[in-house]
Design a binder for this molecule. Structure first.
Ligand code: ADP
Length: 813
């Protein structure tokens, strides 16, 4: 079939699709159309990566809109929300309005209601439901992208419950679920009462194989010589080999290398830069130098430097610790074939459309903290990575290669990944932490008002549809209800369950009830005449289950034990005994996290923080976002329960959000003034917003390193009557020369801490004092915790679980 054959689309849609090169539908798309995807029928499409799932969703959503309805597209990662929105925005030409919900729901509810297609993460949708977003009642179509991730223990349950709620609110809603090829797509289809479209079809041939010795052994029996020089790594030989092969159009093959940790991605990119650098044209070298400069401008951190160094040589790394600007620069340059090799953690495989001629899965094992050692990746995950090989229309074929050092490993890899079917998807709902939050919200939002009603609702989940024995769910649900009643979040009388006022607040705030209980307990420990310190509050929120604490590295235990006793008075609640191993360790991890937040809120350089805690700039952003969210929640709980610490909590929150000491909070309230600029202004004698409106403009200009545009914007934002910098010179301190001298000294002292700096100014989101006003500003980097608008299904927690030795174990590439 071709686009013109689909009569349900809005006018002009078929022409638009054809103009974009969709001459006819791919076979899975034909099958979905036959199943009625454009006629409002529910469909589960389980097809390989890159075989056109997005278009299946678009056919459903556009048809729904043409019928006068609205559609919701649920993505698993916040980074994907912006990407999908950008992709769907082309339909604006047909007057189909697209919006993305990543920001604060209070501010964008009305605006979202006016959109035809809304893109959001499942956490966000769940949060919108909890907050009673009325427009959700009128949805006609919901798309769930990467639905196989219901299998994820951390975030799967939210997706599952969210879909169940949406279907309960809108009984006739069309559900379109897009899935990788999994072992039991039929069960997902049964759960969603949907037609199943299952296919192995790919638009470009995928050849899979294992490199061993001096050749790649393909699953189809072919071999390709790829000798490995002495002292050379297999990965380097394969990346070089792909680059040395040009296709009919003279294009060299690019490679995507998957590794198991951020540090490994960085190390590999550094090494592979030597391979790519030898194969660049003069023009490419030039373009790459420019790109490297752009990357350095994003932030002045070590990560930024390392990335720029690698990029200058034609290689890059890509992981969840990168700032989002870094990520998109890398993705774009890789798609444009300027960057020849990207070393990535599996985040990319989850859906960012970044294909390459050759995919090398270098690490097929990953450190598993719960297991306490290296564990092989799931077949499904490896298949997803392999599926990134081959760019339709650009490459003659795609190749996905695993690496083996010996024959046995090669055989194992064939068995485990090349010949094996992906695992079945299994619901993870019947776990206590997942149910704690979902049971509370189910009662608070009126989806159930008794224990039986609750079970009836839970019966709509994948878990229920997958199990013959619902005793487990019953038992866990009963325990959870007891817990919620004991903590005054739910009330039970005569068999009726209702949420208490605090229970409602906790549900709306999207907190794990256990986090709320911990915070309430901690705040109650503060005596009437005392003010809790910022560190005490950061520690309190860091020890809730809603924060992933930083991992204690060797040596950390001693350091933080010492800090713990030095500052014990500030911590809210009793320090566990050193003999209670697990509890004490947990307390120290929370303290390490709290110290990071305190350092950030004391204006320590971003660079120093990344070094001191062994994290990336994106991780700082993630921790800061989570702390800001949790402190905001603590503030509301304190107010509601009249705990008398509201002001202290608010100040700690504002300081961590802006990354500044107390005295700069007035200045960072100005859009465009982040922590670095605020400090410079302050040192130049400009201490408040009122000062900014009155002071000699040359002082502002001097403090802002002579950047006129920036200075004008700042003055405009603070509401200065005449913000123009025309004719103002930054060397002209006039009568305020002393102050100005002070400023220039501090500038010199700041060294590399330049204007593009480590503050919030250029990095968007969290640190930039209030600058992310728009609802679709791509907030801060990659929250790794549970805040409703953080990335979901991200590949790894902030803390690097592998240390050098584990990395070496894996380093066979
Ligand atoms: P998936 O979501 O399955 O990973 P995408 O939807 O991103 O895959 O599709 C991969 C690429 O294929 C996109 O660039 C898309 O424009 C293109 N594509 C999809 N359907 C067709 C088609 N029928 N004809 C030509 N190109 C298509």
């Amino acid at each position: 079939m071709e686009p013109a054959d689909v009569e349900t689309l809005p006018e002009g849609a078929a022409e638009k699709l054809e103009a974009e090169g969709i001459a006819e539908f791919y076979p899975p798309q034909d099958a979905a159309l036959e199943a009625g995807v454009a006629d409002g029928e529910s469909v589960v499409a389980a097809v390989p990566t890159a075989s056109g799932k997005t278009l299946i969703a678009e056919l459903a959503m556009l048809s729904a809109v043409a019928r006068g309805g609205t559609a919701l597209y649920i993505v698993p990662l916040r980074a994907l929300a912006s990407e999908k929105k950008a992709e769907f925005e082309k339909w604006g030409d047909l007057d189909v309005q697209v919006g993305v919900s990543t920001g604060n729901f209070d501010s964008d509810e009305e605006w979202l209601a006016s959109r035809d297609i809304v893109v959001a993460t499942s956490e966000k949708v769940d949060s919108l439901i909890r907050n009673g977003a009325a427009w959700l009642d009128d949805l006609s179509c919901v798309v769930s992208d990467e639905v196989h991730l219901v299998d994820d223990a951390g975030r799967g349950p939210t997706l599952e419950v969210t879909l169940a709620k949406l279907r309960k609110i809108n009984p006739g809603i069309q559900v379109v679920a897009l899935s990788a090829t999994v072992g039991n797509a039929g069960e997902i289809a049964d759960w969603l009462d949907a037609e199943l479209v299952e296919s192995d079809w790919r638009p470009i041939e995928l050849r899979t194989g294992v490199h061993y010795g001096s050749a790649v052994n393909f699953a189809d029996g072919d071999q390709r010589e790829v000798p490995v020089g002495s002292g050379e790594k297999q990965t380097a030989a394969l990346v070089g080999d792909a680059l040395d092969e040009t296709d009919d159009d003279g294009n060299r093959g690019s490679s995507l290398v998957f590794v198991n940790s951020r540090r490994n991605a960085e190390t590999a990119a550094r090494r592979l830069g030597d391979v790519t650098a030898r194969r660049l044209s003069a023009g490419e070298q030039n373009d790459l130098r420019e790109l490297a400069a752009e990357i350095r401008d994003v932030s002045d951190t070590e990560t930024s430097e390392d990335l720029a160094d690698a990029v200058a040589k034609g290689a890059a790394f890509h992981h969840a610790g990168l700032a989002s600007e870094h990520r998109s620069l890398v993705e774009e340059a890789f798609r444009d074939r300027l960057i020849k090799c990207v070393c990535a953690t599996p985040t990319l495989a989850a859906g960012v459309n970044t294909p390459a001629r050759r995919v090398i899965v270098r690490d097929w094992r990953r450190y598993d903290g719960e297991f306490g050692g290296m564990q092989p990746l799931d077949t499904l995950e490896v298949h997803q990575m392999m599926g990134r090989a081959g760019r339709p229309g650009l490459d003659p074929y795609g190749e996905a290669i695993l690496l083996a050092k010996d024959r046995d490993t090669m055989d194992e890899l064939f068995e485990r990944y090349l010949w094996a079917e992906p695992e079945p998807v299994e619901s993870k709902l019947a776990a206590e932490p997942a149910l704690r939050t979902h049971v509370l919200s189910t009662v608070a939002t009126g989806f159930a008002n008794s224990r039986d009603g609750l079970l009836e609702f839970l019966d709509r989940t994948l878990y229920a549809s997958q199990t013959d024995d619902d005793r487990r769910l019953r038992t866990v649900a009963a325990d959870v209800v007891d817990y919620l009643v004991a903590n005054d979040f739910l009330e039970e009388s005569d068999g009726t369950l209702t949420a208490t006022s605090v229970g409602h607040t906790v549900s709306r705030l999207y907190l794990d009830p256990m986090s709320a209980a911990e915070m309430i307990d901690g705040l109650r420990q503060v005596a009437d005449d005392e003010t809790p310190s910022a560190l005490g509050l950061y520690h309190l929120v860091s020890r809730t289950p809603d924060t992933y604490e930083l991992y204690l590295k060797s040596g950390d235990r001693d350091t933080f034990t010492e800090i713990c006793y030095e500052r014990e008075d500030e911590l809210l609640g009793a320090t566990p005994s050193e003999f209670e191993d697990v509890a004490f360790e947990d307390w120290l991890s929370a303290l390490k996290t709290a110290k990071l937040l305190e350092d950030w809120a004391s204006e320590l350089d971003e660079d120093r923080i990344t070094e001191r805690y062994g994290v990336g700039p994106g991780d700082i952003r993630g921790k800061v976002d989570t702390a800001e969210w949790l402190l905001g929640a603590a503030e509301q709980l304190a107010t509601e329960l009249d705990l008398g610490v509201t002001l202290a909590v608010r100040e700690a929150k504002r300081r961590v959000a802006d990354g500044v000491r107390e005295e700069l909070l007035d200045l960072t309230g100005v859009r465009g003034v982040g922590r670095v600029r605020a400090r410079k202004l302050y040192e130049a004698g400009v201490e408040t917003r009122a000062d900014l409106r009155e002071v000699d403009k040359s002082i502002v200009l001097g403090a802002l390193d002579g950047r006129r545009k920036t200075a004008e914007r700042v003055l405009e934002n603070v509401g200065r009557r005449d913000p123009s910098m025309d004719g103002v010179s930054d060397g002209d301190g006039g009568g305020r020369r002393t102050t100005f001298d002070r400023a220039s000294e501090s500038r010199d002292g700041a060294g590399t801490d330049g204007d593009a700096g480590s503050g919030g100014e250029t990095s968007g989101g969290g640190g930039a004092g209030g600058s992310s006003g728009g609802t679709d500003a791509d907030g801060a980097g990659e929250g790794d915790d549970r805040a409703p608008d953080t990335d979901v299904f991200d590949d790894e927690p902030a803390e690097e679980t592998d240390d050098g030795s584990q990395a070496n174990l894996m380093d066979f590439g």
